[in-house]
Design a protein around this ligand. Structure first.
Ligand SMILES: O=C(O)CCC(=O)C(=O)O
Length: 436
């Protein structure tokens, strides 16, 4: 077991590679970048804020110490940090392989993980919720959202209030990006340090079996992390459309957060407050799944639950691919025209003390069709502790299922390992404090 002093030395080492940065800010933002914030490392667990003010370094150490049951020793923590610096082997864009006659071995999943196993009947699908009555909450909308989050962790929303013209423009801009020449896309090649940019793998395990998909990952909030220079320059309308889309979908998330809060019997703003109020984080991942020579052997995205708060998915308007695990069976989602798919992430599961479920999902691919989807990740402010909302623990016999942890600490592990079902949130359940 690592000692606090050895962890402290380790943290100091990482603090020493921080550098000042000023990034363009599009709008007023209360959550400002500390002067020496390690922007390149912000997806790693060490926020400069936890290293500056008196005592907060110790707080960070104790948060890291909570993770130690998952780690053999400090060397293992160092190992995680080191291997997040670069990809372990050259990255090959999946798009460049899609015309190959056979599926390269790197993408062949073991038989138990292949998509044909356990597929459900078409008749079952995730609930659909009409949001026209939000934020007022009439017409049973709060109950419908709450039911969906308790039993499915997923639902589709119609009448969501986001302009359909904007959605079309945004989607076409990103489709255009993925059809640019490879050299243009590679200008934005990403690394596991921040994942920002054009990428083709998640996780840094050498020799891992990979998913059949490319993606573009970017930060939208907090505004000090948003950097247009890291977003594609082409097609020319992409940045503007992405900015507008981010603003509108954030508004949608805030409305849905109110419904989630009311559905738990809390004040409408309680969950938003627990997530960091106006200082929430937003990242966007645009997924591009090229045609695959053997879709029966591969997955576009391996089973995972989303680590953040809520995810708003813009699914492909023509090609299905998302599957949700329900009672051990994979259900194919059939997106309605002009709908969004919303799912609960691990942080909402934690805040709700597992009343709401963050559910495993995966993506299947196709031989003849490529597919584009956009995941809008609505996350907590990354440096505040996220634990079950105390009001939910007031009733006798209601024990906290999770210890508080920052989102920075939480996602460190996911970034290293890539998608691994629900193992992350479940391992933290196992660490809950008995009797609290
Ligand atoms: O492509 C999809 O339908 C789902 C994408 C997804 O689960 C993700 O980006 O986390």
């Amino acid at each position: 077991m690592a000692t606090h002093s050895s962890i402290s030395t380790f943290i100091t080492r990482f603090a020493s590679i921080t550098s000042p940065s000023s990034l363009p800010c599009q709008r007023p933002c209360t959550h400002t970048a500390p002067s020496a914030r390690p922007v390149a490392l912000l997806l790693l667990p060490f926020h400069a804020s936890s290293l500056h003010s008196d005592g907060s370094k110790e707080a960070h150490i104790s948060r890291i110490a909570l993770l130690l049951p998952l780690l053999k020793d400090t060397a293992q923590l160092e190992d995680i940090m080191d291997c997040l610096q670069e990809w372990p082997e050259p990255v090959v864009p999946v798009q460049s392989l899609s015309e190959a006659p056979t599926l390269p071995d790197r993408y062949v999943k073991p038989p138990s993980q292949r998509p044909s196993v356990g597929d459900a009947a078409r008749s079952l699908d995730i609930p659909v919720v009409d949001l026209a009555m939000l934020p007022g909450g009439g017409g049973g909308v709060v109950e419908a959202v709450s039911e969906a989050c308790r039993h499915w962790g997923f639902f589709q929303v119609v009448n969501h209030g986001v302009s359909l013209e904007l959605v079309r423009r945004f989607r076409e801009a990103w489709r255009g990006f993925f059809h640019l020449p490879m050299e243009e896309k590679k200008r934005y090649a990403n690394s596991p340090r921040t994942y920002e940019g054009y990428g083709s793998r998640l996780g840094v395990d050498e020799g891992a079996i990979l998913d059949w998909g490319d993606y573009y990952f970017l930060h939208f909030l907090p505004c000090y992390l948003k950097d247009h220079d890291k977003w594609p320059e082409l097609p020319p309308c992409l940045r503007e459309a992405t900015d507008e889309y981010g603003v509108e979908v954030r508004k949608l998330c805030r409305r849905v957060m109110k419904a989630l809060s009311l559905g738990l019997g809390l004040d409408a703003d309680r969950l938003q407050k627990a997530l960091g109020g106006d200082d929430e984080g937003v990242c966007i991942r645009v997924n591009f799944y090229p045609r695959c020579p053997r879709p029966d052997l591969a997955l576009g995205l391996s089973p995972h639950s989303d680590p953040g708060g809520l995810t708003v998915l813009l699914a492909d308007d023509h090609v299905h691919g998302l599957q949700v695990r329900k009672d051990g069976v994979w259900i194919t989602v059939h997106p309605l025209p002009n709908a969004f798919i919303i799912n609960v992430g691990d942080q909402i599961q934690v805040l709700s003390n597992a009343e709401y479920k963050s559910v495993e999902h995966r993506v299947v691919v196709h031989a003849k069709e490529e597919r584009l989807s956009v995941a809008f990740f609505y996350n907590p402010r990354s440096d505040i502790p996220i634990g079950p909302v105390p009001e939910l623990l007031a009733a006798p016999g209601r024990a906290a299922l999770y210890r508080p942890m920052t989102f920075d600490d939480y996602r460190l592990f996911i970034r290293r390992r890539g998608p691994r079902g629900k193992s992350q949130v479940e391992s933290f359940e196992a660490m809950a404090i008995p009797g609290t």
